[in-house]
Design a protein around this ligand. Sequence first.
Ligand SMILES: Nc1nc2c(ncn2[C@@H]2O[C@H](COP(=O)(O)OP(=O)(O)OP(=O)(O)O)[C@@H](O)[C@H]2O)c(=O)[nH]1
Ligand SMILES: [Mg+2]
Length: 431
Amino acid sequence: MVDLADRLRGFVGKISAMVSFSDKEIEEIIKDLQRCLLQADVDVDLVFKLAENVRKKSKKKPEAGVSKREYIIKLIYDELVEILGGKESEIKLTPHRILLLGLFGCGKTTVAGKLAYFYKTHGLPTILVGCDFSRPAAFEQLEQIAEQVNVPVLNGKNLKEAEKELTGQKNKVTIIDSAGRDALDKKLVKEIREIDKIFKPEEKYLVIPAELGQDARKQAEEFKNAVNITGVVVTRMDATAKGGATLTACKIADAKVKFLGVGEKVQDLDKYVPERFVSRLLGFGDLQSLLEKFKVQEEEAKKVAEGELDLNIFYQQLVEMQKQGSIKKIVDMIPGFGQLKLPTDALDVGEEKMKKWKYVIDSMTKEEKEKPEIVKSSRVERVSKGSGTKVQEVNELLSNFKKMKKMMKKMNPKQMKKFRGMGDLTKMFGG
Ligand SMILES: Nc1nc2c(ncn2[C@@H]2O[C@H](COP(=O)(O)OP(=O)(O)OP(=O)(O)O)[C@@H](O)[C@H]2O)c(=O)[nH]1
Ligand SMILES: [Mg+2]
């Protein structure tokens, strides 16, 4: 079994070194990615679906300011996040009850201690409850762990007695350790249902060892059907190369992974965040700056959608509009725009003027670019001198900026969306 992280890191390195991205080259990237994932034991259907998505989306032109390389890497990143769980799932940080379930030796008791440590360090009082009546020395093991974490433990009581003692402890996160078995047989289901009925835990986490790989899917599905689990904890992520496959298997089973066990110590528990996991898989450092770039663009897109405009965005929009031809033509194609009486003529700017405006904008301070309304008299003169343009040209830019801003304010959200969707203005902001 090949470690997914090692493979993917090499893979991103390869993309980084590529010079061009023709269809043929992109196909090679996809083949490479498929190979990485299959060698790491990821489900075949899932791998093919991912490949198809990448193939389809890679045909799209990247937004302005984003290179094809960055676009492809981000695309692969997004697809990987999706198959590894998608959106981060929430962890309750209020008192509640958690029941830990799973087969023999999957790591339940260890996870009980780790969760107690986790909640304790989040400032929540915590109690451990031992409900493994079959394994010899199960209670001693839990007691040792409780002592180590320094939390109280309720051990060896029959279920009803234990529940009675817990009624006065509603302010605590209550973590219930249960017995393992070779398989999810009738006896285990019955036992879990009984614990469930008496304690009524809000969360029921299936504990799965990472070395299960694809088999995690069947196990998660079985436990989901039998006892309605609310989440999964994947343990021993540090000890196998199959972790990625296990996580994707949980996604196929539609079981949300909440935590990862990454070692034997009580501190070795991570909240599972698919985005963070994938960033690490791909080699965190490089990707982070790339993601920052996309984030800035998303924020700009949001600003534009809300009718907020600064000179940087204005300029990029103009560049994009010139590429599309006449803005008037674009606008005329959108129903309802005629009545808005938009000053579109003023925005059809020639190449020469665009160059000059670029110099003008480059001569402004960051604050001036963000709030062009402060650029008046003496500032206009300074900018004009600095950029080697006429005062009149600076004023013209400022006046056009104002017009565009006004125009965007007039649009309703539906028109804005349509406008953006037409390959115009804000296409490059990823809207
Ligand atoms: N390396 C590593 N080992 C772990 C991790 N989690 C658990 N283990 C080890 O896995 C073994 C089994 O853990 P337990 O917590 O006893 O498992 P269990 O599910 O309670 O076992 P039963 O009660 O017998 O069903 C122990 O040796 C743990 O130290 C982990 O994240 N990383
Ligand atoms: Mg145990």
